[in-house]
Design a protein around this ligand. Structure first.
Ligand code: Z15
Length: 835
């Protein structure tokens, strides 16, 4: 037989004879059945993609059975549930995770091998579910994983965007955005066409007198858009619990795609109505840490809040309990202020449709909600203009005004004659136009407000929410330091390291109790263990080096120090500081004698991340990195001593490859600006060291792993304000001398037309260096020199790596979820038999 050769390693089964399967290989039998029947493909023309679909369907069958049982159990048990409202869920791939949680990955591997496929290639076929921008969305995904693993009855609620975060292409060094249409053949969602909610927009409010004489409000003449539920199963690890993520999709309500219009010959406008409705869930807004006040975004928020609230209330009403019991049955957590309208919506439902008195309703509302703040950056704090709300949600605006009135009355009683205080804490900002401050509404409507790392939680209490601490007392504010799920970020991303740890600890219990990692410290001096540890890091680096070669064409030395900064591109995260440091390194090497160069530790500086499409400065940073990459990598004189790589389209599945391959990663935000950061945890958990500022969770990572195992530098948060003030109002601005040389090189067109980068240099030299790049440059460069020295001592470095991993137990989202459950939600897990 002369069969066509394929790119994959697959062996084609022979004609006329079906493949024999081992009897115990259930997944294989099932995946073959799915390929042959569900997908209607013969095994002969089964490519990698069909193998993926077949495997996914086989595992999905098992998930959905457990999903059904879990939902029945939770309904029957009728205890308090958690509802996690997030506009973003950055899930990444599902198949590998499903295999881990269902078990049977080895059987699937064997089965796929028999069919001629490598399981890694099959897993690699899956398109990331990228319904998020960055840290906030990925945190939501990690929290779902932990809630299921810990058997909490918990639902996620989000939007089913047709387009997730855009795909990034780099063309001539510039970022280009390509739409991410991801929904074709997505086996992980179940449309629930029978679960729909009619959502209202616009219209007006009518007052009327009810039969009992009470004055009531009704919202009338509104446009209606339908919300349709799509469910995504969320399996826990080591448990049968499979929770639900419910995503809402918008479509024209059945009455809206109007037969009347249609019959009257107005077909076009009927279709246009339909498209307008579908636009609501069409696309994820691609901004991270920035709000732009667009009407469609507000529509998304209300659409999703109203549909979710309707669903939650409907479920509660089935139990026929008194309304006063609502907070004993329901905990709603707001992931940032994006779902704040849910507070207003619940109050509206309780008073307008359920007929409760204001105070009784408001008491229920505040007991049910908790609000997590994720940023202090002023440009990220949501404000909606009053005229916009008046038009889109007239009844909600009235309720917001009433909430504000009652709140300000209380404040006035406690702080008589403090008009300044009243205007500072008011929900309404008295600007032109007036604005609704969503964070204030979220605080006033919740019983607990939390920050996401200790420094951040302290900062919100002493800066942006200071007045509210005075008003409500300190108990309303708390901290829950972020974490990551060890299932994805240790076991899936770094299977060999996970296996080595399991071998030493005698099993995989650490995947559900990460604090057990501390037992690794006993093996720090174990020769064989250290060698294997180092070997795994090398293999991970080699894999990344191959990927870099395939995708960029650049060869990197896998023995060099891999120095990684991957995250959204943002001025506050200071990728510009990193690339200026790289240029400094390049200039230093160029000026060295051959003798001096022998002592240089070879480096590969790796960058990755997306810029918001409208964030011009961030795009300029990407451009500069790519230009530097081109010049440095093609400079034969520098060779392996320095390479600069920009990895295109950084996403969750790429993070799973990149994090385990770092020697050093960079978390270098201006102190006080990064609320927590979570990739820092991913890198350390995979045995990488970090260079960072005293910001966000870096501080707690240092507390846990020890100061000698981290490279900290730069200005402290408490000193930032004064420096900024001095930059603007001081006598003269003195730029750091080494940074000045970097700027000279840029201005001398070393990396192409200097005009392309003038905004970057001017931001430091002329516009007050808001992010303190110049202030921190010297200590940054000096700290990198310490990194080089430390890396020369490979044994020392290895000890730091092992010790750090051993001390990372605190940063599991399992710990995070238990803290939320105890201190905010007051929910208990629902115990499930393990069998
Ligand atoms: C976002 O990704 C974060 C905060 C935000 O306010 C928005 Cl809009 C998006 C990030 C923080 O920047 C990061 O420090 C934190 O680790 C993450 O949320 C999860 O809390």
């Amino acid at each position: 037989l002369n069969l066509p050769t394929r790119k994959s390693s697959r062996q084609v089964p022979m004609f006329g004879r079906s493949v024999e399967f081992p009897a115990d290989s259930l997944p294989q039998k099932e995946l073959v059945r799915h390929i042959e029947t569900t997908l209607a493909r013969s095994l002969y023309n089964c490519d990698e993609n069909a193998a993926y679909s077949g495997t996914a369907l086989a595992f999905r069958d098992r998930l959905i059975i457990e999903w059904n049982k879990t939902q029945q159990r939770q309904t029957f048990n009728d205890q308090k549930r958690v509802y996690y409202l997030s506009l973003e869920f950055l899930m990444g791939r599902a198949l590998d995770n499903a295999m881990l949680n269902v078990g049977l990955k080895d059987a699937a591997r064997d089965g796929l091998k028999d069919l001629g496929f490598r399981i890694e290639d099959v897993i690699g076929q899956e398109h990331d579910a990228a319904l998020g921008n960055g840290g906030l969305g990925r945190l939501a995904a990690c929290l779902l994983d932990s809630m299921a693993t810990l058997n909490y009855p918990a639902w996620g609620y989000g939007l089913r965007y047709r387009y997730g975060i855009f795909k990034q292409e780099i063309v001539n060094g510039y970022q280009m955005e390509v739409p991410d249409y991801w929904l074709d053949n997505n086996p992980w969602e179940f449309p629930r066409h029978e679960i729909t909610v009619d959502i209202q927009f616009y219209g007006c409010v009518r007052k009327y007198q009810a039969e009992n004489g009470k004055i009531m409000h009704s919202w009338e003449d509104a446009e209606i858009v339908q919300a349709v539920a799509y469910d995504v199963p969320i399996p826990g690890y080591g448990t049968k619990t499979t929770n639900n993520l419910r995503l809402w999709s918008s479509k024209a309500s059945s009455g809206e795609f109007d037969f009347q219009k249609f019959n009257a010959g107005d077909y076009e406008s009927a279709v246009a109505d339909e498209q307008r409705a579908e636009t609501i869930s069409a696309v994820l807004y691609p901004n991270d840490n920035l709000e732009r006040g667009k009407e469609l975004r507000l529509k998304q928020q209300y659409f999703w809040c109203a549909a979710s609230l309707y669903d939650i209330v409907r479920r509660f009403k089935k139990s026929k309990r008194a309304w006063s019991e609502f907070p004993d049955q329901v905990a709603i957590q707001l992931n940032d202020t994006h779902p704040t309208l849910a507070i207003v919506e619940l109050q509206r439902i309780l008073i307008d449709t359920e007929g409760l008195e204001w105070d009784e309703a408001w008491n229920i509302v505040t007991k049910s909600f908790g609000y997590t703040n994720h940023t202090v950056l002023p440009e990220a704090l949501e404000k909606w203009s009053v005229p916009l709300l008046q038009n889109l949600l007239p009844r909600h605006l009235q309720i917001i005004y009433d909430v504000n009135l009652y709140f300000l009355q209380i404040v006035e009683k406690r702080f008589p004659n403090d008009r300044e205080m009243l205007s500072r804490v008011s929900i309404i900002e008295e600007s032109h136009p007036k604005m609704v401050r969503m964070a204030h509404l979220a605080i006033i409507g919740s019983h607990k407000v939390n920050g996401v790392a200790e420094l951040h939680s302290d900062l919100i209490k002493t800066t942006i929410f200071k007045d509210f601490v005075e008003i409500y007392g300190p108990d309303r504010f708390t901290n829950v330091t972020n974490g990551i799920t060890p299932r994805r970020w240790l076991h899936q991303a770094n299977p060999r390291l996970s296996a080595l740890i399991a071998e030493k600890l005698g099993g995989y219990e650490f995947l559900t109790d990460l604090t057990l990692l501390d037992k690794l410290e006993a093996f720090v001096d174990d020769k064989k263990f250290r060698t294997e540890w180092a070997e795994i890091k090398s293999a991970n680096k080699l894999r990344l080096a191959r990927y870099i070669k395939e995708t960029t064409g650049f060869s990197v030395n896998p023995d060099a120090l891999f120095d990684v900064q991957v995250k959204r591109i943002h001025e506050y995260k200071r990728q510009q500081l990193n690339i200026f440091g790289v240029i400094h390194r390049y200039l230093t090497i160029k000026a060295m004698s051959a003798e001096e160069r022998k002592k240089v530790v070879p480096r590969v500086s790796i960058f990755g991340g997306k810029a918001a499409p409208g964030y011009w400065m961030a795009k300029t940073v990407i451009h500069l990195i790519n230009k530097v990459s081109f010049v440095v990598n093609n400079d034969a004189d520098v060779g392996d001593l320095l390479k600069v790589i920009f990895i295109e389209d950084y996403n969750v599945s790429k993070a799973e490859m990149i994090c385990p391959a770092s020697d050093l990663s960079e978390h270098i935000s201006t102190a006080g600006t990064e609320a927590s950061g979570t990739s820092n945890m991913k890198f350390v958990l995979s045995g990488g060291l970090i260079i960072g500022t005293c910001d966000g969770a870096n501080i707690e990572i240092t507390r846990e792993i020890g100061e000698q195992n981290i490279f900290l530098f730069g200005t402290l948060a408490e000193d930032v304000e004064e420096l900024r003030h001095r930059h603007v109002y001081g006598q003269t601005f003195q730029i750091d001398s080494q940074l000045a040389k970097v700027f000279e090189a840029i201005k001398g067109n070393m990396f192409g037309d200097a005009g392309d980068f003038s905004a970057l240099t001017a931001s430091v030299e002329q516009h007050g260096d808001f992010y303190l790049v110049s202030d921190d440059f010297n200590s940054y460069v000096t700290t990198h020199e310490m990194v080089d020295e430390a890396f020369k001592n490979r044994e020392e470095w290895l000890a730091k790596s092992i010790t750090s991993v051993a001390r990372m137990g605190f940063f599991s989202t399992d710990r995070v979820i238990n803290e939320y459950a105890d201190s905010i939600w007051n929910v208990e897990p629902l115990e499930v038999g393990k069998d």
